[in-house]
Write a new protein. Structure first.
Length: 493
């Protein structure tokens, strides 16, 4: 549908010698039809409730507030312009499946896993249980029906609510039944604080965020088990904007920068420390749109904390091991007369301020993950986690840096974010990504992992047929077979 002249992205693709997979593109739901699905699922009143709640979540209510009302409510500034409207063909592409399918080549993409933007992506986070479950159910059906004709190059995700394990499992089974191959689970679930409720304080102003892996309201192991059973890697596309220090009442950019990474960091850390990657060794997890730099820091921090606070080294901090007489001897020999006169008072205060704090029953914060050596952290982190990185993100190179502990290469995956404001020209996706090689020093081997190999390792990890019937089937199958042979050979030796 375009001119015969190839885009720069197409020319780059021609020289690569391997396919390019987009693990987090976006599409814009055509709402008039999407809401017909909700009406068929839950009735006309559900549509009215949905429309009312979603409008309240958007910029409409914020725009109507006075400056004082925004201040009084601490209402966070949302995005107000989020579509590339000047680029007409890109705007149309975001809504029209056939156009998206036909233009992927212009973008330098062979296959795309598409996440929604509006209805389907917000559905898992609606507080109203009936509406939340009906919305996920309806919009997932809408997604699979919308893209069924284009499955050779595109597959849509299913949105899964996570307020309770029961609702998550029900929707996972529904997704499997209707043919959805990839899912996104909710996280950072807003929970009420009982004491605040007693005081009549709304969850809008007093809540805690459930990170699923530790300290959760529920045991989510049945959900992880169901994902493993159904062949779904777990992906999260959760936001941390408008929480805590990302709640400016006047500046969207302040709220937006880094919020996906912060959401990913919170959940990845909880899953690891909570032992989920230990208990479910076959399961893979992906954290989307937040880049990978935070994950490099998290891996290093987990190792350094384990070194200082594992079950043995933490005894260096145990007050029971304090030699009080030895300490007093140093004071007697080196401290001033005034300091020595206050030693007994100091000793008491030191105990009160920290050294005498009661320890929890389990002092090893890594107990659930059963870490015995540093390499265990690498083995339970590096192959289990994947990180969606946009094509214009120069810090993708951190994933492949020798500075990472053990020289580990993290699972960065190309995630274009097409259809959103930060991709003003869809045809520049691969062109921008290739700058990592031309300008940032990434090797072509690492670019292969970023743009193809890691995506296959994620999406086909529990479902070897994930790419069956697609334009990348042959190359994906070959990669899986080669790596399987290598693993068997390594195990034999």
């Amino acid at each position: 549908m375009s001119s015969n002249e190839k885009t720069k992205s197409q020319l780059i693709h021609d020289r690569l010698g391997h396919p390019v997979i987009d693990s987090d593109g976006h599409w814009r739901e055509f709402e008039p039809i999407a809401l017909e699905y909700l009406k068929d699922t839950a009735g006309a009143k559900a549509v009215e409730r949905w429309t009312s709640r979603l409008r309240a979540l958007g910029e409409g209510d914020f725009a109507k507030m006075t400056a004082q009302e925004r201040l009084d409510r601490r209402a966070s500034q949302p995005a107000w312009w989020g579509l590339p409207v000047k680029n007409t063909i890109d705007l149309a592409t975001s809504f029209i499946p056939r156009l998206m399918h036909d233009r992927l080549e212009e973008m330098g993409l062979d296959f795309a896993i598409l996440y929604p933007t509006h209805c389907q992506l917000f559905a898992p986070f609606i507080g109203d249980e009936e509406l939340r479950r009906a919305g996920c159910h309806a919009f997932n059906q809408f997604a699979i029906d919308t893209w069924a004709e284009y499955s050779d190059r595109v597959t849509p995700i299913g949105a899964v609510p996570m307020y309770t394990p029961e609702e998550a499992i029900a929707e996972l089974e529904h997704c499997k039944a209707i043919g959805i191959k990839a899912v996104a689970l909710g996280s950072l679930i807003r929970r009420s604080i009982p004491e605040a409720e007693k005081l009549g304080v709304s969850r809008r102003y007093a809540c805690w965020l459930d990170v699923l892996g530790i300290d959760s309201l529920y045991d989510y192991d049945p959900v992880w088990r169901k994902c493993e059973e159904l062949g779904y890697p777990v992906t999260f596309h959760s936001a941390a904007s408008n929480f805590g220090l990302r709640s400016s009442i006047s500046n969207f950019v302040y709220n937006h920068i880094g919020h996906f990474g912060e959401a990913g960091d919170a959940v990845a850390k909880a899953l690891f420390i909570g032992g989920v990657t230990r208990r479910f060794p076959r399961l893979r997890f992906a954290f989307l749109e937040g880049g990978v730099s935070w994950a490099c820091g998290l891996l290093a921090a987990l190792i350094s904390h384990w070194e200082k606070r594992n079950n043995e080294s933490i005894q260096e901090l145990n007050p029971a091991n304090l030699d009080r007489e030895g300490l007093k001897a140093f004071f007697n020999q080196y401290a001033s007369e005034k300091m020595n006169a206050k030693f007994a008072e100091f000793d008491e205060m030191m105990m009160i301020k920290g050294m005498g704090k009661a320890a929890p029953d389990e002092v090893d914060d890594f107990a659930a993950a059963r870490i015995e050596r540093k390499s265990d952290i690498r083995d339970l982190f590096v192959p289990k986690f994947f990180f969606g990185c946009e094509s214009d993100d120069p810090t993708v190179t951190y994933a492949f840096s020798p500075a990472n502990p053990f020289g580990a290469k993290l699972g960065a995956i190309l995630s274009s974010d097409i259809s959103h404001f930060d991709v003003p020209d869809m045809t520049e996706v691969l062109e921008e990504a290739w700058e990592l090689v031309e300008e940032k020093g990434m090797s072509e081997e690492d670019f292969h992992a970023f743009s193809f190999g890691n995506a296959v390792r994620l999406w086909a990890s529990l479902n070897p047929d994930f790419f069956k019937g697609t334009v990348v089937e042959k190359q994906a199958r070959q990669l899986i077979e080669n790596e399987t042979r290598s693993e068997r050979s390594a195990a034999a030796s």
